[in-house]
Design a binder for this molecule. Structure first.
Ligand SMILES: Nc1nc2c(c(=O)[nH]1)N[C@H]1C(S)=C(S)[C@@H](COP(=O)(O)O)O[C@H]1N2
Ligand SMILES: [Mo]
Length: 375
């Protein structure tokens, strides 16, 4: 596609940086836009791009592909300045990757933790196309002493907790940065990234919580020291005040988790008809191997059918046929197991910033006889 075409597609609708969002998104905050995917729309393996959850710390920057540049520097043999076309000309690959915000599930923590009150659907899956980060690091010739690679996005703003105007910046340990599946992605589900999801270029770190996937990339810096910026050292860490700050661990891979997509929480269902319970399950550590469902409050568990093949980085859809045996209020819960032996805890691990709540989710439904069914 010609540069001009790309530019036209992405600037005509910038107000301030994106098309109006889809009315079906569940908005947690308007400015900056933070929104969950409506579960009812999550029936495919891939989340339709307009319904992909959005997590932004600042206003969405409006970047034009012809004036945008990616600078690669720091401890490298030859610093690079790459154009959009340069990147698109390099060998590309496509990976299906589930992205989950580390704050997903925060609203389920008691007492409430600070941060966006995400429920359970700040998670989505896309097919991402781009250049392995490693290719670009090799072109620049990263020095052997490099310990981390740092990424800067074009978005910035004043952050009260940091008492400074800062950019969104993150780093990756060199071992992860040189993993062949870490992508500099320019396409999502076969189309150029929309502004909201990082146009023209974002990082995709398969298996890791979303904060690692820096959007609107402008600078990549090979570094001889660990990065201590706000979003690296003060946020996206598991902080337990009672254990002291030194015990805080930086977040990496997504915990194993399953989600019930259907029936919806609080749904009313006919008590005399067979039902299908459907959901999603993923883990950043290893593919999901098994999902179990309980319809009796967690006493008996039955294995669900997994619908998608196990792939390294994408969730799997699951379903279970269920014949309700009584009327009234029934709780349904699901739990996933991954190939590394992880499963979901019954209770969330409370932490100050409210991350990584992968506890078993419980929904409740009302089973009524058809003559009592609301019309
Ligand atoms: N530049 C930049 N990159 C960013 C963010 C951001 O605010 N700015 N948010 C991060 C977080 S916390 C998440 S969960 C993902 C969300 O990506 P999405 O909005 O495409 O779903 O982007 C990450 N990359
Ligand atoms: Mo996030």
């Amino acid at each position: 596609m010609a540069d001009d075409e790309v530019k036209a597609r992405h600037t005509s609708n910038n107000a301030p940086g994106d098309a109006p969002y889809d009315a079906r998104l569940i908005v947690v905050s308007e400015e900056p836009l933070n929104a969950e995917t409506p579960l009812a729309e999550q029936s495919g393996l891939l989340t339709p791009t307009p319904l992909f959850y959005a997590r932004n710390h600042f206003a969405i920057p409006a970047l034009a592909s012809d004036s945008w540049r990616l600078r690669v520097g720091g401890a490298v043999e030859c610093p690079l300045t790459l154009t959009y076309d340069d990147l698109r000309a390099l060998p590309a690959k496509t990976l299906t990757v589930t992205l989950e915000c580390a704050g997903n599930g925060r609203a389920g923590l008691h007492p409430p933790a600070e941060g966006e009150p995400w429920k359970y659907a700040a998670v989505s899956t896309a097919a991402w196309t781009g250049v392995p980060l490693r290719t670009v690091l090799d072109l620049a010739g990263a020095h052997p002493q490099v310990v981390e690679v740092r990424f800067r996005g074009a978005d910035s703003g004043y952050v009260a907790a940091a008492q400074a105007h800062i950019s969104f910046e993150r780093s990756l340990p060199i071992a992860e940065a040189t993993n062949d599946d870490v992508l500099l992605a320019y396409e999502m589900n076969g189309e150029p990234l929309p502004p909201r999801h990082g146009f023209p270029l974002r990082l995709v770190v398969p298996g890791w919580y979303g904060m690692a996937a820096v959007k609107w990339l402008t600078e990549i810096t090979a570094s001889l020291e660990p990065f201590t910026g706000f979003y690296q050292a003060d946020r996206y860490i598991m902080a337990h005040p009672e254990r002291g700050d030194a015990s805080a661990r930086p977040l990496t891979t997504m915990g194993v988790r399953s989600l019930i997509v259907s029936p919806a929480n609080q749904a009313t269902l006919p008590a005399n008809e067979p039902q299908i319970i459907r959901g999603l399950a993923w883990s950043g550590a290893a593919p999901v191997e098994r999902v179990e469902v309980s319809t009796d409050g967690g006493v008996a568990w039955e294995a669900a059918e997994l619908l998608d093949a196990a792939t390294p980085y994408a969730w799997r859809r699951w379903r279970l046929s269920w014949q309700p045996k009584r009327r009234g209020s029934i709780s349904i819960r699901s739990r996933a197991f991954d190939a590394a032996g992880n499963t979901q805890p019954d209770e969330a691990e409370w932490n100050r910033l409210g991350y990584c709540n992968n506890a078993v989710q419980t929904i409740s439904v009302q089973l009524v006889m058809p003559d009592h069914f609301p019309t």
